[in-house]
Ligand binder design. Structure first.
Ligand code: CP
Length: 335
C-alpha cells in the first residue's frame, strides 16, 4: 500500500478535504474520542513555531498517542538537505538517513522547512519537504514549507465557514502588508486556496512587484473554478475592501528579489501604509479578520482591529488543533 503524504492540500481530492473538514468540525464538537492509542508522531522543526508545534503535540495527546519533537541543530544533529553535497561543514546528518530512520520509529512525520535563501527558481521546487517525503517510509505532513502551509489552509477554511456560515460568493481579500522582513509566500498562497476552496470571490490586493507565483495563482484559479468562486488581482486595497466579508492581511516578499532582502526592503518602502486599520475594517461588510499568527501589531494589523470582535485570529489558531486532529486520525486510519 502506498503511503499518504500531505504536502500541498490541492494534491488531495476535493471530497477528501471536505471529509477532513467535516471530521474536524465533529472533533471540535467533542464527538470523536481516542483513535491514536499507541501511535507516534515525530514532528521536526527546522524553523521556529508556537502554534504548529503545540497543536500537533496536543492533537496526539488528546487522541491517546504521543509526539516527539526534534529541532535539528538544537539537541539533535544538524541536518543537510542538499543532494550530493560534501558534508565537511556544519551539517552532520543527511535527510537521506534521518527521514527513513524516523519512519522506522514513528507512524507519521511532520516537517517544517522554510526556504533557505538562494533564488525562487530553486526554492519554488519545495525540494526539502518533497525529498524528505520520498526518503521516508511513513506519511509526511508539511508543517510549512517554501510553497505551502496545508494545516493552516485547513484551519483557515474551517474558520471562514464558522464565521461566515456559507462563505460561497462572499468576497475574501488577501491583503499584502508591509513588514520589516522578507517573508515567504506559503501562507498567503494557502490562504487564497482556502478561500477559493470555500467558493469565495478571492481578491488579491498587492502593490506592483508582489505577485504570487504564477503556478500558485493558477492553483487558486483552478480551485475557484471547481467551487464556483472567482479570483481577481488588484493594487487598490481600499477598493477591494469595500463590502468584503473577510480580509487576510499578510506580508510576503517579491519573488524576483527572493534571497535579496535589502532590495526587497527598498521596493516596499513606499508601501508602509499597506496595513489593516480600523478605518479599513469599517469599510468592510462587518468583515472578519484572519491571520495565521504570529502577527506584528501595528505593522501588519492595528491593535484596534486585532482587539475587535471581528478578529478571528485566535479562533483560527484554535482550529489548527482540530483540523490536525482530523488529519492525524485520517492518516493513521482511525477516522
Ligand atoms: N501559524 C503558524 O504556523 O504558527 P507557528 O509559526 O507559531 O507554528
Amino acid at each position: 500500500m502506498t503511503k499518504r503524504d500531505l504536502i500541498a492540500l490541492e494534491e488531495w481530492g476535493l471530497g477528501e478535504v471536505e471529509d477532513l473538514l467535516g471530521l474536524a468540525a465533529r472533533v471540535k464538537r467533542g464527538e470523536v474520542r481516542g483513535g491514536l492509542e499507541g501511535k507516534l508522531l515525530a514532528a521536526v522543526f527546522l524553523d521556529p513555531s508556537l502554534r504548529t508545534r503545540a497543536s500537533m503535540e496536543a492533537a496526539m495527546f488528546l487522541h491517546g498517542g504521543h509526539a516527539i519533537v526534534l529541532e535539528p541543530g538544537k539537541g539533535s544533529w544538524a541536518w543537510e538537505t542538499e543532494k550530493g553535497v560534501v558534508m565537511d561543514g556544519a551539517t552532520v546528518e543527511h535527510i537521506a538517513e534521518a527521514a527513513p530512520v524516523l519512519g522506522r520509529y514513528a507512524d507519521v512525520i511532520g516537517l517544517r522547512s522554510f526556504p533557505r535563501g538562494g533564488d525562487w527558481a530553486t526554492a519554488r521546487r519545495d525540494a526539502i519537504i518533497r525529498d524528505f517525503a520520498a526518503y521516508c517510509g511513513k506519511p509526511v505532513v508539511n508543517l510549512e514549507s517554501a510553497r505551502r502551509h496545508p494545516c493552516q489552509e485547513l484551519a483557515d477554511a474551517l474558520t471562514l465557514r464558522e464565521r461566515l456560515g456559507d462563505p460561497r460568493g462572499r468576497r475574501f481579500v488577501l491583503s499584502w502588508a508591509w513588514h520589516p522582513k522578507q517573508l515567504p509566500t506559503a501562507v498567503p498562497a494557502s490562504a487564497a486556496l482556502a478561500a477559493a476552496r470555500n467558493g469565495m470571490d478571492v481578491v488579491i490586493a498587492r502593490p506592483p512587484g508582489y505577485d504570487l507565483d504564477p503556478d500558485d495563482l493558477a492553483a487558486v484559479r483552478g480551485l475557484a473554478a471547481a467551487t464556483g468562486g472567482s479570483v481577481a488581482v488588484t493594487d487598490d486595497l481600499d477598493d477591494a475592501l469595500q463590502g468584503a466579508a473577510a480580509v487576510y492581511p499578510k506580508s510576503w516578499g517579491a519573488l524576483d528579489l527572493f534571497g535579496n532582502p535589502e532590495a526587497d526592503l527598498a521596493r516596499r518602502a513606499p508601501h508602509r501604509d499597506w496595513r489593516m486599520t480600523a478605518a479599513r475594517l469599517g469599510a468592510m461588510d462587518r468583515g472578519v479578520v484572519l491571520h495565521c499568527l504570529p502577527v506584528r501589531r501595528n505593522v501588519e494589523i492595528d491593535d484596534a482591529v486585532l482587539d475587535s470582535p471581528q478578529s478571528a485570529v485566535v479562533d483560527e489558531a484554535e482550529n489548527r488543533l482540530h483540523v490536525q486532529r482530523a488529519l492525524l486520525l485520517t492518516l493513521l486510519g482511525a477516522a
